[in-house]
Design a protein around this ligand. Structure first.
Ligand SMILES: *Cc1c(COP(=O)(O)O)cnc(C)c1O
Length: 382
């Protein structure tokens, strides 16, 4: 499950919401342009990785001002996995990751044979705390993987400083953060590589897919090898690789979405500004100085009975919401043995976070209903 998919499908009206249209927590937008692009590829007869993928890679890097090459793959998770392999991460290594994220972050580390080591997030922020990261470093640590969670950049100044001091690589999980930036630097331009997810609920989609920005030609070459069975020249395999290629059908969708994503981001930001101005009784999401937040999620903190709050939003006001993520990764079965210090801010965020609809399809009536609902429930609970 990814952001927006594990809560609130439209189950019709419930008691008290008769006649109210359900406001979903996420809504992918697919237009005639995407349909025509798919049709164009279908008619070409060339469906697998080809010219559409090559063009999408160049256009993506240019669009977000990354100043580096991009490599397209079949999902964000495979992008992270191949990125780590391409940067030399292997069994016996440790990579420091947040526990408060989608499990793909730690999964990608574990899939290389390395160990994910969980560090806490900052108190007023949902991203890795540089001091907690520094405290988690051992002689086996090779890298840090911050997540630009919800579309807000992680504390890259502090994290890059820790990495530099200890000779570590930085790998960015930018799955949720297309277009976000910190002090003018776009996310995706900091680390040895960065992964952007193109899953349908993310800020832009290709159906499924991932785009990986790479810091240098060596990482780029390895990414391209691992993506394609280890082949640069056909049938002259150089390493053990995967088939993690993106299809031209998916790339064609992504290229059309790229033309629209800036408009959607502006709408997300306007929706978020309205919510922050009008919500009361919940803690609205902070934006760090110098940060551009692209609001993949608009996540408030509900200090008391978050689950009851979410249930009432749905049953009394037909407002969908999401919890990203209610179970910290260090408590998931696959990571039960992974090392971690105490993670008090992770536990607190997992108990309090609630993502309200912020997607670009919301009408002003939807936004008004969300504000009315949240403020009434917060007041009743106070
Ligand atoms: C969506 C997501 C991923 C994985 O991307 P997929 O394209 O779904 O494989 C990884 N990390 C985070 C934080 C995500 O939200």
């Amino acid at each position: 499950m990814t952001a927006g998919t594990n809560t609130g499908t439209n189950t019709g009206t419930t008691a008290g919401t008769e006649g109210l249209e359900f406001i979903p927590p996420a809504k992918p937008i697919i237009g005639d342009e995407e349909r025509a692009a798919v049709d164009r590829v279908m008619r070409s007869g060339m469906l697998a990785q080809g010219p559409e993928v090559a063009a999408f890679e160049v256009e993506f890097a240019e669009h977000f001002g990354l100043g580096r090459a991009c490599v397209a793959v079949n999902s964000g998770t495979s992008g992270q996995h191949l990125g780590l392999l391409s940067c030399g991460v292997k069994a016996g290594d440790e990579v420091i990751v947040p526990s408060f994220t989608f499990a793909a972050t730690a999964n990608s580390v574990a899939l290389t044979g390395a160990t994910p080591v969980f560090a806490d997030i900052a108190a007023d922020d949902f991203g890795l705390d540089p001091a907690a990261v520094e405290a988690a470093i051992t002689e086996r640590t090779v890298g840090i993987m911050p997540v630009h969670l919800y579309g807000h950049p992680a504390q890259m100044d502090g994290l890059m400083a820790v990495a530099q001091k200890h000779g570590l690589q930085v790998f960015e999980d930018a799955a949720q953060a297309h277009g976000a930036s910190l002090n003018g630097t776009p996310v995706g331009a900091f680390g040895s590589f960065a992964m952007f997810s193109l899953y349908p609920t993310k800020n832009m989609t290709s159906g499924e897919g991932g785009m990986v920005s790479v810091a240098n030609e060596q990482v780029e070459r390895m990414m391209r090898l691992y993506r394609n069975q280890g082949m640069e020249k056909q049938y002259h395999n150089e390493v053990v690789g995967f088939n993690n290629r993106m299809t031209d059908i998916h790339a064609a969708i992504g290229r059309e979405q790229l033309k629209k994503v800036d408009g959607w981001t502006k709408q997300r930001q306007a929706n978020a500004a309205f919510l922050t101005e009008n919500l009361s009784g919940v803690v609205t999401p902070p934006v760090a100085p110098g940060a551009v937040h692209v609001y993949h999620q608009y996540t408030v903190r509900v200090p008391e009975d978050r689950d009851g709050f979410a249930a009432a939003l749905k049953s009394e006001y037909a407002v969908g919401s999401g919890m990203f993520y209610p179970v910290p990764n260090h408590q998931l079965a696959p990571f039960a043995d992974a090392p971690h210090a105490d993670l008090p801010q992770t536990a607190k965020a997992a108990a309090e976070c609630l993502s309200l609809p912020v997607h670009p399809s919301l009408s002003s009536a939807h936004l008004e209903r969300i504000v009315t609902a949240v403020n009434a429930l917060a007041k009743a609970g106070a």
